[in-house]
Design a protein around this ligand. Structure first.
Ligand code: HEM
Length: 268
């Protein structure tokens, strides 16, 4: 029952009579305050019921079935790879947000062979900004560690058979996540707008153009034209710092939420 529906004076009397620590008291007072406005207790109960219903339908894990509670299985360290992917993602997100204070996605009036504004900002971060080289290195390294960890995590899931029923959906979500991780890497690689970025962009345009029937449309959509320009850099920037962070964060939350509901698959 919602706290809202109970007699308000009951709460106050009960809170006075109980011997509560200041922390417990302020927690309960805030809970009652929130519940009066948002009925959170009702919704929490609903969530709890849902959680137990879902869990009841799950098959027994290997550990439960064979009573292996105290056994250490030599593959277990590899079960931390999903966590390392998440950790690397968080580090990349924080260092990326800080880099965003100094970077600018502009080519400017640079003629062919001259430095773009984007490149000059990267040079500023590396040479003049206090600890700038460190910030950029943390971002690049965490991005690469994430890619490696996600790939190894996928191998772990495959070789332990953890993708099998009832975890097919999380495997499919994983495929989307590894693809988006690579798109993250590619869009970020283009941002310094140096020679490596430029020619990687050129390869991207040509790969898009080589798609039968819809190639030109895809090149327009992703790269803003058939040759590299300010529109290309702006698109990569928006994908990298706006669109992908929202989408990937949401999908990782759903992915881990599903693991939480289903429980970890034990080796078979
Ligand atoms: C951004 C990328 C990813 C993140 C942050 C992530 C995170 C996680 C975490 C924290 C777990 C808990 C178990 C563990 O750590 O091993 C997990 C489990 C799982 N992941 Fe991922 N994952 C990612 C990508 C993938 C990919 C690429 C696949 C496969 C194509 C995948 C499929 C699965 C499956 C099937 C499980 C359940 C495994 C089990 O129950 O033992 N994930 N993931």
């Amino acid at each position: 029952m919602s706290l809202q529906k109970a007699d308000e004076h009951d709460h106050e009397r009960w809170l006075k009579e109980k011997d509560l620590s200041p922390l417990e008291r302020s927690f309960l007072v805030s809970l009652i305050w929130m519940d009066k406005r948002l009925r959170i207790v009702d919704y929490l109960e609903l969530l709890e019921t849902l959680y137990y219903r879902v869990n009841l339908q799950m098959p027994k894990s290997h550990t439960e079935q064979y009573d292996l509670d105290n056994k250490f299985w030599y593959w277990y360290p590899l079960y931390t790879l999903g966590f390392f992917s998440t950790l690397a993602y968080v580090v990349a997100a924080i260092s990326g947000a800080l880099l965003g204070f100094y970077y600018s996605p502009a080519i400017g009036a640079a003629a062919a062979g001259e430095q773009s504004v984007a490149y000059q900002q990267i040079a500023f971060i590396m040479q003049d900004l206090q600890f700038g080289y460190m910030l950029r290195s943390i971002h690049r390294w965490s991005a690469q560690v994430m890619t490696a960890a996600v790939f190894l995590h996928m191998l772990r899931v495959y070789f332990t058979g953890a993708y099998k029923e009832p975890r097919e959906l999380n495997w499919l979500l994983g495929i989307v996540l590894i693809s988006l991780t690579m798109v993250f890497g590619y869009t970020g690689y283009l941002l310094p707008w140096d020679q490596l970025s430029y020619w990687a962009g050129q390869i991207g345009v040509e790969m898009s153009l080589s798609i039968p029937l819809v190639g030109e449309w895809v090149a327009q959509l992703i790269f803003g034209g058939f040759s590299l320009s300010q529109s290309t850099l702006m698109r990569m920037y928006i994908l990298h710092v706006f669109l992908l962070p929202f989408v990937v964060t949401t999908l990782i939350a759903i992915h881990i939420g599903i693991v939480w509901v289903q429980g970890i698959a034990e080796p078979h």
